[in-house]
Design a protein around this ligand. Structure first.
Ligand code: SF4
Ligand code: SF4
Length: 380
């Protein structure tokens, strides 16, 4: 048996990358400018030039195992400098979207949720499931008197519904993430690469987490610096919303039930979190609608996640504002819509761009561990 590296092209995969936003891929003539200007690409086997030719050839197996695809922050410095307008930043984003679909289980759901053809079915199915759940739990009657949301849908029913959804979300995410990790750490994943060091996994993880918490890699970009602030607003807003939900559960367990005053820690965390997510979403939507060239092409994969997050946030804020205005029926309806949107958002999360955060953290961790995450300034 010889050691030749046999190439197994997958034309369907090349087409999928094109459909997911990488339509300029065939313009690349391998000049290498993109790899030279990329602020995050290491000296040894730099990206994204090699990914461009692998994607043109439809080398799906190689790209699914490629760590470098996940080290890219889509800053688009490469796309701005590409002499052929092949948009390597967008091609890498399309490869990441395709990888998420490949790793996610159940695969049919991942494929369906990636296509606008099935959007109406998704909205209807989630509405129907929620209606059946609320009907079975006897939660569809609006209470008389003061507006108290948990008198319409009890805490127990909220906890049961959330528990079922979270089991689904965590199980599907865990399966996708473990398949991803197995691929990027496979021995043959990075042929020809010399692993000079193999550091501690924990230390590498902590170092990557610090970078993620600061979003510091965005700071190395020239073209798309503003993305750092939109990502930071959404990221920390989301963490505050999780904190508010956690505090709300603790308050309930110790017998303090809503409605809470605006000065309560639950409200402070929830309201600041909602405003941060709202501001981040508005900035992203505005930039995408204005076709900001530094952002690259916006695909359905980008739109669905950001719009779901935007409408979840807006409906949450609207529920509170309408409740303060003491419009009982409107409050209850808005709250139901808010829960429905939240349901859609959580179900979609494991198949969406939202799991980038986990995939990228793991890729950065492994890159750090094997001594690959070294930028052009020589900083590790
Ligand atoms: S993507 Fe553009 S810059 Fe990169 S190798 Fe191809 S033609 Fe050159
Ligand atoms: S988009 Fe930015 S990080 Fe990604 S390959 Fe291009 S230059 Fe590098």
């Amino acid at each position: 048996m010889d050691n030749r590296d046999f190439i197994k092209p997958d034309r369907k995969f090349a087409k999928e990358v094109i459909d997911l936003g990488g339509e300029s891929i065939n313009k690349c003539f391998q000049c290498g400018t993109c790899s030279v200007v990329c602020p995050l690409s290491p000296e040894e086997r730099p990206f994204p030039r090699k990914e461009m030719i692998w994607a043109q050839w439809g080398l799906k197996d190689r790209l699914l195992k490629d760590l470098d695809v996940w080290l890219c922050y889509q800053c688009n410095d490469c796309s701005t400098n590409c002499p052929r307008d092949a948009k390597p930043g967008e091609v890498l984003a399309a490869i990441r979207s395709s990888s998420i679909m490949h790793f996610a289980l159940p695969n049919f759901l991942a494929k369906a949720l990636s296509s606008p053809k099935y959007l109406a079915a998704f909205l209807l199915a989630t509405a129907l499931l929620m209606f059946v759940f609320l009907w079975a739990a006897g939660d569809l009657a609006f209470p008389e008197g003061d507006i108290v949301l948990h008198e319409m849908i009890s805490f127990v029913d909220i906890y049961i519904g959330m528990a079922v959804i979270m089991v689904f979300v965590l199980a599907t995410t865990a399966i996708g993430v473990s398949r991803f990790w197995k691929n990027i750490t496979a021995f043959e994943a990075n042929p020809g690469l010399t692993f000079s060091t193999r550091g501690s996994l924990i230390r590498s993880f902590v170092s990557s987490m610090i970078k993620i918490l600061k979003h510091s890699n965005f700071g190395k970009c020239e073209t798309n610096r503003i993305s750092r602030y939109t990502h930071l607003a959404i990221f920390y807003g989301f963490i505050l919303l999780l904190l508010a939900a956690f505090l709300g559960a603790v308050y309930h367990l110790v017998g303090i039930d809503p409605p809470y005053p605006l000065t309560s820690p639950v409200k402070i965390a929830g309201n600041i979190g909602a405003l941060l997510v709202f501001a981040g979403c508005v900035m992203v939507i505005y930039r995408r609608l204005s076709n900001s060239s530094d952002l690259g092409k916006t695909t359905y994969f980008d739109w669905l996640l950001i719009l779901l997050l935007f409408f979840v946030t807006i409906s949450g804020i609207a529920t509170e504002v309408i409740r303060l205005a003491e419009l009982a029926e409107a409050t209850y309806w808005t709250y139901i819509v808010h829960l429905w949107l939240m349901f859609q958002f959580l179900v979609y999360l494991p198949f969406s761009k939202g799991v980038h955060l986990i995939y990228r953290t793991l890729a950065m961790t492994y890159a750090k561990q094997i001594g690959r995450e070294v930028d052009r300034a020589g900083q590790s």
